[in-house]
Design a binder for this molecule. Structure first.
Ligand SMILES: Nc1ncnc2c1ncn2[C@@H]1O[C@H](COP(=O)(O)OP(=O)(O)OP(=O)(O)O)[C@@H](O)[C@H]1O
Length: 271
């Protein structure tokens, strides 16, 4: 399975390399492997904190088929990512300004069928066209769960890949599969632990993953950078249900501080 993912990824990487665009915009792809670990919630909250630090942020809801970013931002977007892909709208028409200053959403569409994306690299085109606008400092891409070819395309186009995981063994198995795929093509992976109370626990598990990679002789130049943890809080799920952002509502909460720490590490390391 890993080999077929890697072969597929190699082909995609060669193609995406030819499509690189000159732009100041940095891309961070947020992925998880396992579903339901809190990736969309995490992405929306870090988008807000990054915008408060003065960055112009675009968030792409690339969770094909299960778009929930518009719910988290409490929006009803007129157009989606797919209206652009399918040629109905221009890139600027699919930009939805959120109620938060400096955060723009490129919405996804629930129920969208993979089969509709006939040719590969359409996703790369959207990201490159967005970069070419030179309007944003950061583009955050919230991918779907798993490692299908669309997720791989988003991983390969990005210099910065962030895996959000929990300490659950099945989530860690998925992160290791991601490491294995990325180690062939990329220099590093950022890891952040959600639903994890203690910074040290995340760090210890991240180190174990690094040791496993060494033992299995993954590419030696591939680095895994642990960037922090986010605890579980009922206030996170409650604010999401109310279509609000936790870090906006609970500015001084300990968990908001954890989010800030994650942002500090990320900003110190992204390319
Ligand atoms: N740290 C946390 N504490 C408590 N609840 C959380 C936390 N992080 C996320 N959640 C909740 O977990 C649920 C799943 O989160 P979310 O939809 O962001 O996951 P996801 O990884 O994007 O899922 P999917 O794979 O389906 O896209 C939501 O109800 C969210 O409010």
């Amino acid at each position: 399975m890993f080999n077929s993912i890697s072969n597929q990824a190699s082909k995609l990487l060669n193609l995406t390399r030819n499509k690189e665009v000159n732009s100041k915009t940095k891309i961070i792809t947020i992925t998880s492997g396992k579903g339901g670990v809190g990736k969309s919630t995490f992405t929306a909250n870090i988008a807000y904190l990054l915008s408060k630090r003065g960055f112009k942020v675009a968030v792409i809801d690339a969770d094909i088929g299960l778009a929930n970013m518009q719910v988290l931002f409490d929006l009803k977007p007129r157009y989606t990512f797919f209206d652009y892909i399918e040629g109905r709208n221009t890139i600027t028409e699919i930009l939805t300004q959120t109620s938060y200053e400096n955060i723009t959403l490129i919405a996804g569409k629930s129920g969208y069928q993979y089969a509709n994306l006939k040719n590969s690299l359409v996703l790369t085109r959207v990201v490159n066209d967005l970069k070419s606008l030179n309007k944003y400092d950061l583009i955050l891409i919230d991918t779907g769960a798993g490692l299908n070819e669309y997720v791989q395309e988003f991983l390969l186009i990005s210099d910065n890949v962030l895996a959000l995981t929990t300490t659950d063994p099945s989530a860690l198995t998925d992160v290791y599969a991601l490491m294995k795929m990325l180690s062939v093509h990329k220099e590093r992976l950022f890891i952040c632990f959600n639903h994890t109370k203690n910074y040290k626990i995340g760090e210890t598990i991240a180190n174990s993953l690094v040791n496993l990679a060494k033992k299995n002789r993954l590419n030696q130049n591939f680095m895994v950078e642990y960037i922090g943890n986010v605890s579980t809080s009922s206030n996170i799920s409650t604010t999401s249900r109310l279509r609000k952002l936790f870090v906006h509502e609970f500015i001084n909460d300990e968990i908001t501080k954890q989010f800030h720490k994650v942002i500090d590490s990320l900003l110190n390391n992204i390319k």
